[in-house]
Design a protein. Sequence first.
Length: 277
Amino acid sequence: MNNTSPFEEFVPKQENKLSFGIGKALLYSAIAVIMMQFAGGLVSAPALFYKPLNHVLLPLGFLTGTVCAIVILLMLTQTKFASILKDIKHSFTPIQLILSVACWLFLLPLAEVATSLIPTTGPLEEIYKIFQASFEMMLDYKIAGFVMICILAPIFEEIIFRGIILKGMLNFNVNPTTAILINGFIFGCAHMNPWQFIGAGLLGIIFGIVYYRTKSLFLPMLLHFLNNTLSYSLMLMQGDMEGEVFAQRDYLLIGGMTLIGILSVYLLIKKTEQKTI
């Protein structure tokens, strides 16, 4: 029986110490999320008493939380930050760039439709109100929200979830398909609400495939930036957090885009070569 994954032929050969199994990946992810919330919340706490401080403390709290999480993970895994920088600087081909963007762009509507299926009333109504309020607060602190969501999150979340968590599993020779799917699940859970779980989970899988196939951490950062900037821009233009790329559900169009997205993923996995630019 052939148990190889569709990614198996591309298993990277790594020599650093960043290597751990699924159990530790889940543990390290939980530690990272707790640290992000604790340290970030501690820094942002003064804004509870004087709201204008959010202009500074929103991004500063996020930055503090993610940096603390990264430092702790590097200490736990005995990994030097130089290896992360190496992945960020890793070169990629123009075709890898084009296919990576296509994977994200054409699968984005699928994530949006899946997210829309989760109810916002009934048992989840109160949770949704909290989730909605936290996002709509960004409308009052537009610059701080942009810095946090569109600049800091793509950089530091990709370092944590792809550059450390996913890479650690791949280096441990966890089946690449399994590692990428678990990484997507972890990324969805890290957002700590059901409405972002599906969308972020799917995006986490896409970012994971891109990182694994290209070995470049910059490309997932770029896709993350494009995704968050698009979402945040729609939220600002429409005045609420429910801005949609597709105002009307044209399922034929969405289905066609999804097929193109799947084809882009296939081509990225099977047809691109490891050449530098």
